[in-house]
Design a protein around this ligand. Structure first.
Ligand SMILES: *Cc1c(COP(=O)(O)O)cnc(C)c1O
Length: 438
């Protein structure tokens, strides 16, 4: 429906004539992907709406609780809604789960016991998870207190192939030794040599686990994956799925928190670790529940807007001659758009421009700095309402070759279009050593 037309909005952004040409050339390839993104959003919106209806969400559910938070029926309902949407039969959806990293930490420590083995089927996990494990991929202990290694938990990983994907055939060979938890990370994080798994690929891997080791628990890191496709990892057979509420499923409104959804036998173990054995999910007071409900309700639309922005960035940067992953025409499994900018200076420049086109802290110039849990210094452009929220438009990069910028999120499509296009124009002239004429 948008095919081949020129985008009318470019006239409102004060672009140079030279760059408008590039925008016009890049537009059709992006716009022809949008219809499918909208279809997926309708499917997911309907799924979320049905869950709200089935749980009979009402105004009382938004009331704050205090202290222990016993009998917080709104919190229970929020968790039931998540269970329905993500197709588990039990969920923890809590502000006390501090982040995606914490959600995965609680899940791993809840599921694993000394002597058990954890196996990553998607290569080295996200930077901050390496610290939880406390071992490198040769199973040599690394520094760090309170790690899984310190608790006597063994670790192994299946590296991804040259294609950037794990090979299901090779995965089968990893189950000679007993594996308690198989870990699958859908989105590649800051890895430049692995790709995003779509739900079909997640399913293929889980089928291998079921065939080779039926008693292994499958845990999926779903960060950035929620609502990008029609199905979620539990529908592909995952036992437990975890993620962050300041990414996709918080819909830009949840002020903090994480979620864990899955089989109740697994989530029970995790709930005992989340709070305390005997208390499990029954404690934990919660305020501002309206924001978590409303955020989840809006999440399919936010994810669609952010995905469209990501496709637009892919098209525009491709037109400018940069390598992008995914390609604008690729089917997507997460929100993240990788753009290879080839040098640290260009990464800093582009991220600064994204920051300057943000609603909050637009005057700030981001600099690379060491971040707790990350190997290399990270530069983050995130002029967000919620600190570090990457459901909001943000761009970040670890300062290491091949100097890839990771762009994601966006509260509105319109903001995504404006910020990406303006930042791209600045970079275009900067890269050619020209002063920006605007
Ligand atoms: C963001 C992310 C995490 C960690 O989430 P935080 O909330 O930043 O701790 C884990 N895995 C993946 C794939 C991610 O993108």
């Amino acid at each position: 429906m948008y095919n081949n037309r020129k985008p009318g909005w470019i006239n409102y952004l004060n672009l140079t004539t030279e760059f408008k040409e590039i925008v016009n050339k890049a537009w059709p390839e992006a716009a022809c992907q949008w219809e499918e993104i909208e279809n997926i959003a309708v499917y997911n919106q309907n799924k979320v709406l049905e869950a709200f209806k089935e749980e009979k969400v009402n105004e009382d559910d938004f009331r704050d609780s205090s202290g222990y938070g016993y009998f917080d029926t709104g919190r229970e309902k929020l968790e039931n809604v998540f269970s329905r949407v993500f197709q588990g039969n039990k969920a923890l959806v809590r502000p006390h789960i501090l982040s995606g990293t914490h959600a995965l930490t609680v899940a791993l420590f809840g599921l694993l016991r000394p002597g058990d083995k954890l196996l990553s089927l998607t290569g080295a996990p996200y930077d901050t998870l390496s610290n939880i494990i406390g071992a490198d991929n040769n199973n040599h202990a690394t520094s760090g207190k309170g790690t899984l290694t310190e608790w006597g938990i063994k670790y192994g990983e299946l590296p991804v192939d040259n294609s950037g994907y794990p090979d299901p055939e090779k995965a089968a060979a990893c189950f000679q030794e007993q594996v308690k938890v198989a870990f699958i990370q859908k989105s590649p994080g800051y890895s430049s040599h692995r790709c995003t798994l779509d739900i079909k690929q997640v399913k293929e891997l889980i089928e291998v686990v079921r065939r080779c080791s039926p008693r292994t628990t499958v845990l999926v890191d779903n960060c950035y994956g929620e609502f990008v496709e029609k199905a979620e990892p539990a529908e592909a057979g995952a036992d437990v799925v975890a993620g962050s509420l300041i990414k996709n499923p918080g819909g830009g409104l949840a002020p903090n928190g994480g979620y864990i959804v899955g089989e109740s036998s697994c989530v029970d173990l995790i709930a005992a670790r989340y709070s305390a054995p005997g208390l499990e999910e029954s404690v934990g007071s919660m305020t501002d529940k309206r924001l978590y409900f409303m955020g989840l309700f809006q999440a399919p639309a936010l994810v669609a807007a952010a995905t469209k922005s990501a496709v637009w960035a892919a098209s525009l940067f491709k037109e400018m001659g940069f390598r992008v992953d995914p390609d604008p025409r690729d089917k997507r499994g997460d929100l993240v758009q990788k753009i290879e900018l080839d040098c640290p200076e260009r990464v800093k420049y582009f991220i600064k421009e994204i920051q300057q086109n943000s609603p909050v802290d637009s005057f700030v110039v981001p600099e690379p700095s060491p971040m707790p849990g990350y190997r290399d210094p990270v530069i983050m452009g995130a002029g967000t309402f919620i600190q570090g929220a990457s459901s909001e438009l943000s761009c970040d990069a670890p300062v290491r070759p091949p100097y890839t910028a990771f762009l994601q999120g966006g509260l509105t499509l319109q903001h995504g279009l404006i910020a990406v296009t303006k930042a791209a124009e600045k970079l275009y002239f900067h890269t050619r050593g020209q002063q920006f004429p605007g």
